[in-house]
Ligand binder design. Structure first.
Ligand SMILES: [Mg+2]
Length: 172
């Protein structure tokens, strides 16, 4: 390994991949954190975050980046639960005319920003809202390998997802 600058990025969404939703609530285990985080009171869904994801994510050969509407709150609320250090955070630009056009085209509102953020670096993107429109756009507009990996939000990131991500990241 020659330093994190050489590693692919992994853009990580929170709602869906780490906080599963959409199935009956009693299906989801409740994980009590050693950390008594005040945010738990304000967002009970944080108790659905399996802290085991932290080890799995940090074992992947990549640089993790939060790519979520939680923005910097992810470092406050998610990283400690997962045992991860504070991670770089993608800040989302104010909506523009371009976004309206992208929405009409069916492009996800994150896609363009993530490609800009990656700046020609290989990246994986883990999100529950990725479609083939995003994949096609990224493969046309991004000058490096990219894996747009959709996670089922009812389950969150699964073993099968980690296998796919690990294989791709090792290949890159
Ligand atoms: Mg999501």
């Amino acid at each position: 390994m020659t330093g994190s600058g050489q590693l692919p990025l992994l853009f990580l969404d929170v709602d869906g991949p780490l906080i599963p939703f959409g199935a009956p609530a009693d299906q989801y285990p409740i994980y009590r954190s050693r950390l008594d985080l005040p945010a738990i009171g304000s967002n009970p869904l944080l108790a659905r975050v399996n802290p085991g994801h932290g080890l799995r994510l940090s074992a992947l050969p990549c640089e993790l980046v939060w790519a979520t509407t939680w923005t910097s709150d992810a470092n406050e609320c998610l990283s400690p639960r997962l045992g991860l250090p504070p991670l770089p955070v993608v800040d989302w630009p104010e909506p523009s005319d371009l976004d309206e056009q992208d929405a009409r085209d069916g492009l996800h509102w994150k896609t363009r920003t993530l490609v800009n953020w990656a700046a020609r670096r290989p990246f994986a993107w883990v999100d529950d809202e990725i479609t083939d429109i995003d994949r096609h756009w990224v493969h046309t507009c991004h000058a490096a390998p990219a894996l747009l990996h959709r996670v089922d939000p009812r389950q969150g990131i699964t073993e099968a997802d980690y296998t796919t991500l690990g294989e791709w990241l090792h290949r890159v």
